[in-house]
Every structure is written in C-alpha cells, then in structure tokens.
Design a protein around this ligand. Structure first.
Ligand SMILES: [Mg+2]
Ligand SMILES: [Zn+2]
Length: 211
C-alpha cells in the first residue's frame, strides 16, 4: 500500500473548501430574464428550475446564485429590493420542489454608469470571479469541483477564472451569445437548452476526471 506523501508546504489556497458547488446566474438562468428586474412580483422561475436545484441539493452540493445587478448602480432600483427578490425566489423554489439556495451573491456596482459609491471598478462584477471566490471561502467550496451555469459570456468567463467548469444555457440571453460548442478557454464543456439539462449534465459528469 502506498501512503500519500506528507504535505510539507501550505496549500496554495488554504481557505478553499472541499464542497462541490453549482454556481447559477440568476436572470435568464434560474428565473426568466426581465431587464433590470425591480419588482418581486415579476419573479418567474425557469420551467423545471426548482426541481433541478433540488437535485443538486440532494447530491449534497452547495447551490449559489451569483448575479450582476448594475440596476442598483444605475439608480434604477434601491439595493434593498434585492433581498426581497431573493426571498421570493427562495419561497418559490421551496414551494415548487423543496429546493434551497445556500447563498445569494450580487454585484451592485458599475465601473462607468454607476452613481455615487456604486461607481467603482470592483472585483465582484462578472466577468471578474469575485463573487464565486467569496462564496467559496464563506461556504467551504472547492471551485475545481464546481460548475458555473450562465446565459452570457461574462458568466462563463467568471466561472473559468474561478477555476470551475462552465455550462452555457440557451434561456435568457443564451441563444444570442453565438457560442454553440465547448471552448477550452472558457472551461465551457456543454451548451444546453436550460438549467434543467445543465444540472443533469453536471451531476452526471462529477467528479472531474483525475488530472
Ligand atoms: Mg443572466
Ligand atoms: Zn461589484
């Protein structure tokens, strides 16, 4: 029997955890795309999305929503509306399938269109990976075992930089991306109709092949 070598150097990222996560973009992936959604009563789950989240819950995965919300920076709605919208999403997921989101992360900033303190070049606005990295620390996630599902190029870029595999869905803005096939630079492994097929694919293709 071969013993694993004793680790003598600190891990390159001592804060990384071991959990697998499903990182989901919000608008156009988990809920129907509504430009600058500001009213909780307009929340509509993507068909089958609640059951898909439930399957990830049942697999023991963390399910984390990561969303750019520059409508806050642009002054279109107050930041306080976001927790209200997230509560409605959580209620609908629970009612429809007993599904649970482990964390909602959002970026309220914009580098050029923002007003006041929201006008900054932050680390959290996708394609930057800040939200995924913060969630990984706070929720004990290993990004290299995890997946980012999005409908825009910036979702895939953020997921790839964070170290996740990525899946593009064709709901929301997905059909307009003109990306149709896997792309190593984006860690993009599949282009699928919706979050339903994306979660099924992720569950079937985890854990990642040994490297
Ligand atoms: Mg989106
Ligand atoms: Zn930000």
């Amino acid at each position: 029997m071969v013993e694993a070598p004793t680790r003598t150097e600190p891990s390159p990222n001592p804060t990384a955890g071991s959990a697998t996560a499903l990182f989901l973009d919000r608008d156009g992936v988990l809920i129907e795309e509504v430009e600058y959604l500001a009213r909780p009563e307009r929340v509509r789950l993507i068909s089958g999305g609640a059951a898909a989240v439930r399957r990830a819950n049942d697999a023991g995965w963390k399910v984390v929503v990561v969303s750019n919300q520059s409508g806050v920076a642009r002054g279109l709605f107050p930041e306080s509306v976001l927790p209200e919208i997230h509560s409605v999403i959580s209620e609908k997921l629970l009612a429809e399938a007993g599904a649970v989101i482990d964390g909602f992360y959002y970026c309220p900033h914009h580098p050029t269109e923002g007003v006041g303190a929201y006008r900054i070049g932050c680390d959290c606005r996708k394609p930057k990976p800040g939200m995924l990295l913060k969630a990984s620390i706070e929720l004990g996630i290993d990004p290299s075992k995890s997946w980012m599902i999005g409908d825009r190029l910036t979702d895939l870029q953020a997921g790839a930089v964070a170290g996740c595999r990525t899946i593009l869905v064709q709901t929301g803005y997905g059909s307009g991306t003109r990306i149709f096939s896997p792309d190593a630079d984006l860690s993009l492994v599949a282009v699928l109709p919706s979050v339903v097929e994306a979660v099924r694919f992720a569950l079937l293709n985890s854990p990642p092949p040994a490297r």
